[in-house]
Every structure is written in C-alpha cells, then in structure tokens.
Design a protein around this ligand. Structure first.
Ligand code: WT7
Length: 629
C-alpha cells in the first residue's frame, strides 16, 4: 500500500486519476471484508450522492483489532501518556485493546445500545475514549464525539441534533493544572436532552459529582458485569460509522456523517503514505479525539494499519513548554503530528526546552489545521526536526475524512508553507469566481475537488439539503471545501485560507454566525458582527463589533459578560479577544453586513477599504475606524 519513491508516486497518481475505480479496488483488496463489493464507486454530485464499495460488508474494528491478533497481538497498539508526567503511562497491546473494546461493547449493549443508535461521547483524552469509540463501531452504534472543551449548551445541541440515546462521560478531566468538571457540564446539558436514557461515567479525577440514579451508571461497575467476547456487527460499507460536528458559516453546527468502508480504506491508505509509517514505528498525533484529526489519525488510520499510536491527555505547556519533547524522548516517537498554533506557541520559548531532550528517533514531522507561516515552518524544521525530518503539511477537513493535499514524507518534496501535492485519488482544481477551471499551472483561485474519494462525508446528519447547499451548489459537479489556494509552477498547492465566514482560531474551526448569535442573546445587545484578525500565536483571533441598546453603559463589566455568554454558549475557545462597541454596522442595501470592511479594520488595514459608497450607512465606517481597538 505504501509508495516508495517519487517516480512511483507519479505513476500511482496518474493511474488513480485515469481509472479511480481500478485504483481503489486494488487498495481496498488489502483490508479484511466479510463480503467484497459489487461495484467500487457510484456517484451523482447533482443529488449529491456518493457510494463506495457498494454492498460490501465489514466491521472496521476487525481491521483495527482482530486482524492484528495473530501476528502482533502483543505489539503495543496505544501508548497513553497522562497529563501529569509523574503518573505512569499505559501501554496497551492489540490483544488487550481488543479485549477492552469487546468488554465495553458489551457494556453498551447491556445499557440498551443497539446497531444504528447514536452514542454521544464527551470525555477527556483517556485511553478509554479510544476504547469507547471502537466499542461503538464494534456493535454498529454511531458515535458522536463532542470535544470536552465545549460548553453544556453546545453539548446539548449536539446530543439533540443526533437524538443520542446514551452519553459517555467522566467525572472530570485533567488538562495542565486545570480540572474541568465534565459530569457537571453534562448534567447541565442533559436538562434539555430528553433522548438520553443512560449516562455511563468514567472515573478519572475522583472529584465529587452529583448522581442521578435513574440515569447514571459507573463505567467500572458496568465492566464487572460483562465478559470480553463480542462478535463484531456486520456493517454495510455505506452504513454510518460516526457523526462529527463542525462549525458552519451560518447557524447550527453541521453533523458530518462518515461511513464505514470508504473511511476505513482512505484513512489507512493516507496514514501509511503521508507519514511513511513502517512497522514498529511509534507515531504520535497530539490532537484530541474530539476532532477529526483524532478520529482519523489517532484511532482509525493508525490502528487499521497495525501501528503504535500515542494518545496524550495533557497540554503542550504543562508542567512546562518542554512537555512535547519530553514525551517524544520518553516514548521514542518517530512520527510527530501537531498544529501550527502549537508550534507558534512553543516557538516563543527558549530552544533549551527542546535541546534538553533526545529527539533522535524523530523521522517525520507533520502539521494540520491551518496554514503554517514561514517562520513557524522553519522553527519546526530547525529546532525540532534538526533539518533532517521531512515536514508534511497536510491539508484536509472534517468533511474530507482524511488528508487530501500533502507531501509524502521523504518521497515527494516538501516546500515551506505549501501543502504541496494531492494524494493519489485526489483531484483538486482551482476555479475562478465564475466557477471556470483555471488551466494555467501557476495560479490562484478557489480550491475545489472534482472527483469523489472514499472518505468524503456523505451528508450532514438530518439535513441533506444543507449538505448540498454548502458543498455542492457553489460550483456544480465539484466539492467546495471553502478554502482559497494558490498553485506554483510545479503544481504545489498552498492553502491561503477560508473564503467563507469561518475563522480558524488556534486550529479550531469557528463559524462567526453562532458566536454572533450567542452575543446577541445578551439582554443589552442589539446586534453584533464577529470577524477574524491575524494573531501571532493563535493564527487568528476574534474581533466583535457590538451594538447595545440606548442608555446601556458600555463598560468593562459588559465586555466581561459578553465574553462569558460566548463561553457558556459555545466554549472558552470562541471568546472574542477584542470587543468594540459601535453605533452601527456597515450594511449593504440588501441588509447584509459588509464583513470585508470589518475584517480590514480589525486587521489594522484601513488604508484601502475599497468602495464604501454602496453601503446603506457609510457614516458608521468613520465611527468604527475612529474607535477601533
Ligand atoms: C479547515 C478544516 C483537518 C483536521 C483539522 C481541521 C484548514 C486544515 C490545513 C493546512 C492550511 C488548513 C482549512 C480547512 N486547514 N489543514 N494544512 N493548511 N489550512 O479540520 O476543523 O474541519 O477545518 O482547516 O481552512 O478547510 P476542520
């Protein structure tokens, strides 16, 4: 499955474009299926509908677990590194992981979960989170992992959107020197979640929690009631595997739906090729399993490849900013995958914090989540990689399921700030504003993908119309990811950033609309507009323009309250860095807020605001500039 040379990449890529079905057929052959497919691909993006490996039967956990038992049952599947370096790491072999997954799958069954039920998972980065995800997959339940930094309101919205039947959570979580009371937050959420019939609580922090005997059961007590035999449920290739929410530019979060067969094939294929993972290597992705990066490249991709994957409970700054490197040394990490925002934060600290540790096992460095700036790229290359590790800058999304544009470590060339070339099977194009494909190699435009790949999200849970509108309507017959890109003369892509109202803050994808809605909930607020502006460490930060009611005192207390309302509704990550009270917002005659102007003001780029004469209320622009922060 792994490509070994540049020449081979070129040949394989060519084949994958000329005959995608034949190409993916040969890749899929290398997995364990209960029954093979009748047809590789069927699609119609006018609907839009995409199906891969039609009528094939499988269970993804048989690929992630059972098939490794014979040859590498004793090999370590997961190395779990705790928040506190004084606590012992866990080394879980494939055999043990298989057994834990089967046991917990039985716990789920005992608590009423059956195939097709949705299970919400709101947990810290403990090894049991990976076990829970796989246990759902084992019995054909659909997991919906909600990042444990989200607020109770955000959690409730996600539980209700998917009408989840069971919630898996923990008493609390350790992250750095912070303890987050997950159970309290979950309890608050459940006040508005009538579909939840059971909450299974993992004990991690041992803090005091309230207990609802008709709903709550302890994870460890439930485990005492089961054995570790659990045959895998037979799934259709196109059955749902999971739902994962991502922010949209408007309204509520989008529950992206991924299916079993294609997702399995693509995450394993991309994992092995991009990271050039070799058997025995130790691979570490620092993401949280609450994001797609964790789903695809901590759990499914590595495990279906028989890899050893590191899971880290903590944060890069605890006990100090050397923690990542300490963990790399301790576990002899070979491939290290993190986000530009983490790199920028680490680069602010003295390099002695790196030099203290032996990083000689590192072979490959990766980045994901947002464009990486030149400076951060070189810092990563110089100080972490010692100029001997290729850097894979992997462009992809929750919706794409797997990495789409990236160099293959040491096989194709990397280029600072460029994601570089598409993976085999991926056909990116650049479009101009009318949707015409730009034929020149060196060009800048809107990024789109013109042919299906196996791990594309198939729909938005409960809202296929929105799926169609967001991804397939702007440019017919193309998947539209919402990013702009430029291409150099060699065909390398550099992602230039979002072309819609999504802002990436510290690698978290945030829609501005839900933040505005939250701010507008404040009783003293009439209306607001939120935009991103460049930030040294976070990449982008949020700037909120807020209009208050007449007579309201616009003071620090109100700023604090506005930030709090955002934190409570969405999560601390969405709190605006800057809040400016304004008399009005620049609007077009059709009533649309002219965000372009607000973005420029927030970015201190007011020399060229463009034409403001078409505005309904050009006078407000003066006021906004005069009082900008
Ligand atoms: C958006 C998707 C994929 C997992 C993490 C984020 C941006 C992602 C890169 C990259 C430039 C990137 C894009 C994309 N993005 N990777 N290597 N270079 N931009 O997943 O939350 O679904 O966000 O992240 O704007 O559309 P996500």
């Amino acid at each position: 499955m792994r490509i070994n040379s540049y020449q081979e990449y070129k040949e394989v890529y060519q084949k994958s474009v000329e005959n995608p079905s034949e190409f993916w057929n040969s890749i899929a052959e290398q997995f364990v299926w209960r029954k093979k497919w009748d047809k590789v691909l069927e699609y119609d993006w006018s609907k839009p509908s995409t199906k891969w490996f039609l009528n094939a039967k499988l269970n993804i956990t048989e690929n992630c677990l059972d098939r490794h038992l014979k040859d590498k049952g004793d090999q370590i599947a997961i190395i779990w590194e705790p928040n506190d370096p004084k606590e012992d790491a866990k080394h879980i072999s494939y055999k043990e992981l298989h057994s834990q997954v089967c046991a917990f799958a039985n716990v789920l069954k005992n608590n009423g979960v059956t195939k097709g039920d949705r299970v919400c998972i709101y947990m810290p980065m403990v090894a049991e989170l990976a076990v829970a995800v796989l246990a759902c997959a084992r019995i054909g339940a659909i997991h919906s992992v909600v990042f444990a930094g989200f607020s109770s309101t955000a959690l409730a919205a996600r539980i209700n959107d998917a009408t989840c039947k069971v919630l898996l959570t923990a008493d609390g979580s350790f992250r750095g020197n912070k303890i987050t009371p997950l159970k309290d937050i979950a309890d608050e959420a459940l006040k508005t979640c009538p579909s939840i019939e059971k909450t299974i609580v993992y004990q991690r922090t041992q803090q005091e929690i309230s207990w609802n005997p008709s709903l709550d059961v302890w994870w460890h007590e439930e485990l005492e009631k089961v054995d570790n035999h659990c045959p895998a449920e037979e799934m259709d290739s196109e059955d749902m595997l999971f739902i994962l929410y991502t922010s949209g530019s408007t309204g509520k979060p989008k529950g992206m739906v991924h299916t079993c067969g294609g997702y399995m094939v693509y995450t394993a294929y991309s994992f092995q090729n991009v990271f050039q993972y070799k058997q025995g290597d130790i691979y570490w992705c620092t993401a949280d399993i609450g994001w797609i990066t964790g789903h695809s490249y901590i759990v499914y991709g590595p495990l279906s490849s028989g890899a050893t994957t590191v899971m880290f409970e903590g944060v890069p700054s605890y006990p100090d900013f050397g923690r990542f490197w300490e963990v790399c040394e301790k576990h002899k990490v070979n491939q290290f995958y993190t986000a530009p925002t983490a790199i920028r934060a680490l680069a602010k600290h003295p390099t002695e914090l790196i030099d203290k540790y032996d990083l000689s096992d590192l072979k490959v460095l990766g980045t994901v989540g947002e464009p990486i700036n030149e400076e951060a790229w070189h810092w990563y290359d110089d100080y972490v990689g010692k100029n001997k590790c290729p850097i894979v800058d992997t462009w992809w999304q929750t919706e794409t399921g797997g990495m789409m544009i990236s160099s293959l470590a040491g096989i194709t060339e990397d280029k600072p700030t460029f994601a570089t070339l598409p993976l085999p099977g991926i056909q990116p194009v650049l479009l101009d504003h009318d949707g015409t494909e730009i034929s020149e190699t060196k060009a800048e435009g809107i990024l789109a993908i013109k042919h299906p790949w196996p791990s594309l999200a198939r729909t938005i849970y409960g809202d296929h119309e929105r799926y169609k509108n967001v991804y397939f309507s702007a440019y017919p017959d193309h998947y539209f990811p919402g990013d702009g890109a430029l291409r150099d003369e060699n065909g390398n892509y550099r992602i230039t950033g979002r072309v819609d109202d999504v802002v990436i803050v510290s690698g978290h994808n945030l829609g501005t609309a839900p933040i505005e809605n939250a701010i507008n909930e404040h009783e003293k607020v009439v209306e607001s507009a939120v935009v991103g502006f460049p930030h040294d460490i976070k990449g982008n930060a949020l700037y909120a323009y807020v209009i208050t009611y007449d007579g309201v005192e616009e003071n620090d207390q109100l700023i604090k309250e506005v930030r709090e309302v955002v934190s409570n509704t969405i999560g601390p990550i969405a709190k605006p860095d800057k809040i400016q009270f304004v008399k009005g917002l620049p609007k077009t005659r059709s009533g649309k807020i002219m965000r372009r102007i607000l973005r420029k003001v927030a970015s201190n780029d007011i020399s060229n605001l463009g034409d403001v004469s078409t505005l309904l209320n050009p006078e407000v622009v003066e006021d906004i500039i005069e009082n900008k922060l």
